[in-house]
Design a binder for this molecule. Structure first.
Ligand code: SF4
Ligand code: SF4
Length: 317
């Protein structure tokens, strides 16, 4: 299946970094995790498919089985959706029909001060953990006799993670541009495995989250780079509920994000976080509200031509 003509180009992180003088976050733990992702996980994307195919009783049984397996492999949330051409980056293609979306919670305790080295490490730690989940799930699917493709959470994937997550029922799109899950809030990351096992699919949800964003402005207030908008934009495409999207100004966000430990301030301040002071069973003490450090924002940078901007397409219900 090919991308639709209107699909956005894949986000070119390298072009952004190059335009801003290269990566400037240099934290040994982050570098060690990134090294593991690129040198240990990426070579495991391909694998042999068992010659004998296991048939499931029904698409419902297949979905249940695969979801249970993903949970066993450390996914906190799992959803399934059909892949449409608008979910594929322009210039890319994918040969599978369904995406099994998996999400894992980031720990609020590491986001109590943002931006910080602790929050930067937690961001890449969860990419690695979810990388293990998608790689092991893909190996399992191949052992059942089915082909599959891995969409690693760190990026350079064929699929757009956000439309896939919305269609798989992970939550609603927040003002800060991240999906908000009704229980996990926005402090989670996601990846997926694409396969053609016939499976029942999930559906987008309307839990009133997008509507609440229209009256809450916490992330906008605490964004140190003033990149989060006041109003929805007619130019940024629609969310799955048909709302105009809030369009985060990446020209302001990215220079800040790149300079100050991947920033992430908009995530822990979001009121939809279920803070760990109420649920940290390890007994780890956390604050009720994070401390946001407002460093001097770097100059805005936006060299990306309008037609190449990374807008998400409208997600059909
Ligand atoms: S990551 Fe930081 S700079 Fe970017 S939108 Fe979120 S709060 Fe603003
Ligand atoms: S902080 Fe408020 S406005 Fe921002 S995404 Fe969360 S709920 Fe929406």
């Amino acid at each position: 299946m090919k991308a639709s003509k209107n699909a956005p180009p894949a986000f070119s992180w390298q072009a952004w970094y190059d335009g801003l003088g290269g990566r400037s976050i240099n934290i040994p733990e982050v570098e060690a995790i990134l090294h593991k992702i690129y040198h240990e996980q990426f070579p495991q994307f391909e694998g042999a498919i068992a010659s004998q195919k296991i048939e499931f009783e029904s698409p419902k049984a297949a979905a249940k089985h695969i979801k249970e397996k993903a949970k066993e492999l450390n996914a906190d949330i799992v959803g399934i959706c059909k892949i449409e051409p608008s979910d594929i980056y322009r210039g890319r293609s994918i040969s599978e029909k369904y995406a099994i979306a998996v999400g894992a919670r980031m720990k609020y305790r590491h986001f109590q001060t943002v931006p910080s080295e602790a929050s930067a490490i937690e961001c890449v730690r969860i990419y690695h953990q979810l990388g293990e989940t998608v790689i092991t799930l893909a190996k399992y699917i191949r052992s059942l006799g089915y082909s599959c493709e891995i969409e690693h959470p760190i990026g350079d994937s064929n699929l757009l993670h956000i439309p896939i997550g919305l269609k798989a029922g992970f939550g609603e799109l927040g003002r800060h541009g991240s999906i908000i899950h009704p229980k996990l809030g926005p402090l989670f990351r996601m990846g997926s495995v694409a396969t053609s096992i016939p499976m029942d699919i999930d559906h987008p949800i309307d839990a009133g989250i997008a509507a609440f964003c229209d009256i809450c402005r916490a992330c906008r207030k605490y964004c140190p780079a003033k990149a989060i908008p006041d109003e929805r934009s007619k130019e940024g495409g629609k969310d799955h509920l048909g709302n105009d999207r809030y369009l985060v100004d990446t020209g302001k966000c990215f220079p800040y994000f790149k300079k100050y430990n991947y920033c992430s301030a908009c995530l822990p301040v979001c009121v939809y976080n279920h803070k760990e002071w109420a649920r940290d069973f390890d007994g780890f003490k956390t604050k009720k509200f994070p401390e946001v450090i407002f460093e001097e924002p770097p100059s805005p940078f936006d060299e990306v031509p309008k037609e190449e901007k990374h807008f998400y397409p409208k997600v059909k219900r």
